[in-house]
Every structure is written in C-alpha cells, then in structure tokens.
Write a protein that binds this ligand. Structure first.
Ligand code: NDP
Length: 246
C-alpha cells in the first residue's frame, strides 16, 4: 500500500511503543517521517533507520513535550528538511495513576503538559507548514471516556481534553481542508503497559474480544485517518480497544 506516497509526517514520541509503530507504518505507506523523543536517542535512531530502509526520508529529533520551544524547534526542523508537513501525530504521552489523595500537583501539571498542552503547541507550530489535505491525529485513550478503576483523574482528564480539543480544532481547520481526529487505544502492549504486566489479566478481562492490543492495531487506524480515503472524517474519535468500552 502506498496511500501516503510523497506525504511528510511528524510523530511525537516515536522512539518506542505506539509512536514507533505509527512511524514505521506511515513510512511503509510511503511517507517521509520525523519522530521526536525525550530520552531514548538510540531507539529513536533505530526507528529512523528502519524508515530509511523503506526508502523514505527520516529524522529523529530530541524534543521534550514539556518544553514548548523544543516542540516548535522540532516542527521547524522537520518542515525545513522535508519542505512542509502533511501529517502531525500527537502521540507522546505519560501515564501517572494515583488516587487523588496522593496525586500531586506536579503529577497533574506534568500529565497535562505532556499529554495535552504539547499537542496544542505542536498544532500551532505546524499550521504555517501544512496545506490543504493536511491531517492532525491525536493519540488519546479509551480512558478518556471511562475510568474503570481509581487513580485516573489526571490521565483521563488529559486524554478527554485532547479529544475535545481535536474535535474543536476540526471546526477551526476545516476551511483549510485539514482534518483533526483522535485515535483512542485500549490496553496496548508497550513499555507503558506491557502485556506481561501484573494488571494485564484484568485489562484483558475488560475487553469484549479478550485480547490485549498491539501497537500495530493503533498504527493501522492512524494510517487510515492520515490517508486521502479519510477526507470526510473530521472532528471525531476512533476507539481501538478490543471493545473494552463497549
Ligand atoms: P511508551 O511509554 O511505550 O512510549 C512513550 C513514547 O513517548 C516514547 O517514545 C517516549 O520517548 C515519548 N515520550 C514520553 N514522554 C515524553 C516527553 N516528555 N516528551 C517527548 N516524548 C515523550 O508509551 P505508549 O507507546 O504505550 O503510548 C503512546 C501513547 O498512547 C501515549 O499518549 C499513551 O498515553 C497512549 N496510550 C497508550 C496505551 C497503552 O496501553 N499502551 C493505551 C491508551 C493510550 P522516550 O523513548 O524518549 O522516553
């Protein structure tokens, strides 16, 4: 499939997990791909090398989502190298879970900064470089619309905020021919939430399909939304959660 031939993508948090799978998938479908990372320089370089082996251009850029200037610089570097940006995937995220009595203000602020504020910063920075047909996709969570256990106040709020921000942005950007959507993964096997982790049995039990998700499941939905086939899809969310929220 080469649905994205000639497209230029920026994926935040592309060094590991879902972001890495998205970067590989967009590259496999023909896009040039830049990824950001916070700490994993080596892993990021490996993902970039894999994209290059697919015959595409790739960049790995250190940019901490907590720093607006770093995100803006990553966008500028990508736009300069590729000549523009057609696809922005706001994927980088952190998961902090603690009941409210022990959830600190620092936890709350960091969660909002990485999961929500950074996406706003990236969208604003990308717009001067994005033209008609552009795609903005956020990686939310099925915990944006359900809180099946305690401790989720900050995380769920950040992901619900991301989804609603994207829904509102769809109105702002439709006149420019840019779509804005959110993909909500359920339990997905990554460093953040390993399928072999101690709570994975309970997570699988919650799904309709009795299955733990893979990063490739999420990447497939992102690739669809990024493609020309999804031109009529904007201001909405796709749950990729094996029916956990059903
Ligand atoms: P991982 O922890 O496996 O990977 C996180 C990625 O984000 C890494 O590339 C990491 O970079 C990057 N990152 C983390 N913090 C920052 C930061 N401050 N600045 C820039 N990059 C950062 O997570 P997943 O792949 O599991 O999660 C990806 C997204 O999917 C997140 O938004 C998460 O909330 C969401 N999600 C995940 C689910 C799951 O079950 N796994 C379920 C639902 C949603 P580095 O390698 O440098 O640390």
């Amino acid at each position: 499939m080469a649905r994205l031939l000639g497209k230029r993508a920026l994926v935040t948090g592309g060094s590991r997990g879902i972001g890495a799978a998205v970067a590989r998938r967009l590259g496999a479908e023909g896009a040039d791909v830049a990824i950001t990372y916070a700490a994993s320089a080596e892993a990021a370089a490996q993902v970039a090398a894999e994209v290059e082996r697919q015959g595409r251009r790739a960049l790995a850029i250190a940019a901490d989502n907590r720093e607006a200037r770093a995100i803006e610089a990553a966008v500028e570097q990508t736009a300069r190298a590729f000549g523009g940006i057609d696809i922005l995937v706001n994927n980088a995220g952190i998961f902090v879970a603690a009941p409210v009595q022990s959830l600190t203000l620092e936890d709350f602020d960091a969660t909002m900064a990485v999961n929500l504020r950074a996406a706003f910063v990236a969208v604003r920075a990308v717009l001067p470089h994005m033209s008609e047909g552009g795609r903005i996709i956020g990686i939310g969570s099925n915990l944006a619309s359900q809180a099946p256990h305690e401790g989720l106040a900050a995380y769920s709020a950040s992901k619900a905020g991301l989804a609603m921000m994207n829904q509102a942005l769809a109105r702002d950007l439709a006149p420019r021919g840019i779509t804005v959507n959110t993909v909500h993964p359920g339990s997905t096997d990554t460093d953040m939430n390993p399928a072999a982790g101690e709570s994975s049995g309970a997570q699988v039990a919650r799904t309709a399909s009795k299955r733990f998700g893979t990063p490739d499941d999420v990447a497939a939905a992102v690739a669809y939304l990024a493609s020309p086939e999804a031109a009529a899809v904007t201001g909405t969310s796709i749950l990729v959660d094996n029916g956990a929220n059903a």
